[in-house]
Structures are given as structure tokens and as C-alpha cells.
Design a protein around this ligand. Structure first.
Ligand code: TXA
Ligand code: MG
Length: 340
């Protein structure tokens, strides 16, 4: 299959993306979080192609993207008051709300669950493509299953060229990590995946919000996660990533004490000057938004360097930093070393 390149600022290209989607094809789309791999959410056969293109396990449900609140009403059984308030506060934006699904959701989307996650993205190109398609779009992140999510069209093509019909190039993503996933299908509401909308922001609107155990911890043997995506090794480059938790001095001492071929560092901006191994930076130490924007590209760059072991600075799990921490501990398979 030849994958065509479309431009987000060309109305004819947006129309073309809509036409491909209406006919049951697959299109890569920019969103404010990461690039998504979209299909018509109401067409089970089209949605099944997403799983094939990504190599995604069939038991991992997809998020449905809308460009209008009236579409949401058809996708879920009912919209409770707290869901409306949350949508009003943070939609359009980087947040997915899980509610009991309506009958129009194909099994391919919900992967056997009784719920569906819906998101109203703020990216103008994402909204334009949904409108052009005239249907809500199911879209997981546009990476091959297990790889870091793509935050620009070029990276998405590295994984998907030849596997999908088209990619809409809308530049680099503003947030850089996937949406916050919050379930309102349980009481109290539960944070399943941290993202650009923080736990504090959710609590401002909802009051009590529980954080799912799987946000910070590996699943125990035989445990069923609230969010099926949590059980897979994820976001990982080819290299073995190890998180080093400790002061900057202790980190440098540890890394420089292990300088061997194939070792690389993943550190904050400016810290590379004191490291004696190849290093990739992922943002300023206190700039959690910048870390979120850069973490996935940094993981891919480490592969380009040919690293086989990566010592990563431990992100601070605060604000948007919680999302960065959540992605990086998964990339590391939960391997954290405490130093100093
Ligand atoms: O920002 C995003 O959310 C991006 C862009 C493209 O919108 N999409 C994305 O989709 O990250 P994906 O499929 O890579 O991640 C969706 C996560 C998975 O961990 C999945 O298991 C979980 O959300 N999920 C989806 N529907 C769910 C449901 N009904 N109940 C629980 N978890 C659900
Ligand atoms: Mg994903």
C-alpha cells in the first residue's frame, strides 16, 4: 500500500482524508497530544484494520474522537452531570472520558468492555478531519504497538509507511504525551492514565478522584487492569532503559562509573556537559511540559545512537510530570535504581 502525504493547511487534503475515512480507510492525524491512527469509529471492519497496522492486541480498546458534543451523546448510554462539568472545563483538549457505551459502538472499538473512552481534541486539523469524515474517529496513538508514540508526521511514517492510506502532516504536537484517561463509569472517578490535564485539575472539577494503582506500579501476577493498555510493555526503544533515582551528582557518578560502549544517558537539558557517555536530553529539569513534549522523541533518538543500555534521570511525578514518569517507567519495564 502506498501511504500518501497530506498537508493539514490544505483544505483539499483535509477533504481527501475525510473521503478515505468514509470509505473505511486508515489515516494518520495530528492531535495536540500525539499523532493518532484513525478509522471510522462506527465501522467495525475499518477499525479492525487499525489493530492489524499497529500489531495491537485485540483486547486493548480504542478511544473515539469527536468534534462536537452532540456526537458524544450518541456514543454513550448517558452523560452524567459530572461528565458534563468535566467536558465543559477541559474540552476540547487532552482528556479522555470513559462512560458506559451505547449500542452503536462496534466490539472492535470497546474490545469486549461495556464502556467507551471519548475525546474531543483541540487540534484544528484533528477537528477538521473528523468534520470532513462526518463520523467520530477511533484512533490509538500512531506507533507500532510497544514503541514510543509519534509526535510528528515523519516519526509516524517511520512506523506506518506502507501500512496505512495516508498521513496528515500538521507539524509537531504541543503536549507530546497521550491524553489523560479518566473513568466516570465508577465511583469515585478514577484516573487510569495521567496526561496533559493533571490529577489536580480533575479534582478541581470532580472533587474526589482516585488514582489507579497501575499509574505508578507494575501489575501483580494475574491482575486485571482497569485500562487494558496498562498491562503491556510500552513506549520502549530497542535499548534497555533503567531509571536512576537520586541527586544529579549521584546520577553523574553512577553513569560515568559505567562508561562502556553502548551505554547512553537520558538527562535534563544542560546536564550532558558533565556526562562522559553519549546523552540525549528530554527537557528542562523543572519544565514538565517540555519534558512531556520531548520524552518520546528522546527515546527514539537513543535507538538512532545505537544505545543498548540507557540510564535515564528519574522524572518528578508532579503535575504533568506524573505523565512523563508514567511513560518512562513503562519504557523501563519498571526498572528503577536508587543511588546516592
Ligand atoms: O491522546 C490520546 O489519547 C491519543 C490520541 C491519538 O488521541 N490516543 C491514544 O490511544 O493514546 P491509545 O489507544 O494509544 O491509548 C488508549 C488507552 C489504552 O491504554 C487503552 O487501554 C485505554 O486508553 N482505554 C481505551 N478505552 C478504554 C476503556 N473503555 N476502558 C479503559 N481503558 C480504555
Ligand atoms: Mg498508544
Amino acid at each position: 500500500m502506498k501511504t500518501i502525504r497530506l498537508q493539514a493547511d490544505q483544505p483539499a487534503d483535509i477533504a481527501k482524508a475525510g473521503e478515505i475515512l468514509r470509505q473505511g480507510g486508515l489515516v494518520g492525524i495530528p492531535t495536540e497530544t500525539v499523532y493518532g491512527l484513525a478509522a471510522d469509529a462506527l465501522n467495525g471492519e475499518a477499525v479492525a484494520k487499525i489493530f492489524k497496522a499497529k500489531g495491537r492486541p485485540m483486547d486493548n480498546p480504542l478511544i473515539v474522537h469527536i468534534s462536537d458534543i452532540s456526537q458524544w451523546e450518541k456514543l454513550v448510554r448517558e452523560i452524567p452531570e459530572n461528565a458534563r462539568k468535566l467536558a465543559q472545563a477541559y474540552w476540547p483538549g487532552p482528556m479522555t472520558i470513559i462512560l458506559p457505551k451505547s449500542d452503536c459502538i462496534p466490539d472492535e472499538v470497546s474490545a469486549g468492555l461495556e464502556t467507551v473512552g471519548v475525546r474531543f481534541p483541540v487540534h484544528p486539523a484533528a477537528q477538521a478531519v473528523i468534520q470532513a469524515a462526518g463520523t467520530p474517529l477511533a484512533a490509538p496513538s500512531g506507533n507500532l504497538s510497544g514503541k514510543p508514540s509519534p509526535t510528528n508526521a515523519q516519526t509516524m511514517l517511520e512506523d506506518m509507511d506502507g501500512r496505512i492510506d495516508a498521513v496528515v502532516d500538521g507539524g509537531s504536537c504541543q503536549v507530546g504525551v497521550e491524553s489523560t484517561v479518566v473513568s466516570l463509569a465508577c465511583q469515585p472517578p478514577r484516573l487510569l492514565r495521567p496526561g496533559g490535564i493533571t490529577l489536580e485539575q480533575l479534582r478541581q472539577v470532580l472533587g474526589e478522584v482516585e488514582m489507579d494503582d497501575a499509574v505508578l506500579n507494575p501489575l501483580k501476577e494475574g491482575e486485571h487492569p482497569a485500562s487494558p493498555g496498562m498491562k503491556y510493555k510500552h513506549y520502549a526503544p530497542k535499548a534497555n532503559v533503567i531509571i536512576i533515582d537520586g541527586s544529579y551528582e549521584a546520577y553523574c557518578e553512577y553513569v560515568n562509573g559505567h562508561k562502556e560502549p553502548g551505554i547512553a544517558a537520558m538527562c535534563y537539558n544542560g546536564e550532558e556537559n558533565h556526562l562522559e557517555v553519549p546523552a540525549v536530553c528530554y527537557g528542562g529539569k523543572e519544565d514538565y511540559n517540555e519534558q512531556a513534549r520531548e520524552v518520546f522523541e528522546a527515546l527514539r533518538k537513543l535507538d538512532e545512537l545505537g544505545a543498548n543500555t540507557v540510564y535515564a534521570r528519574c522524572p518528578e511525578p508532579k503535575g504533568v510530570g506524573l505523565a512523563v514518569y508514567n511513560r518512562l517507567i513503562r519504557a523501563a519495564g519498571f526498572e528503577v535504581l536508587h543511588v546516592g
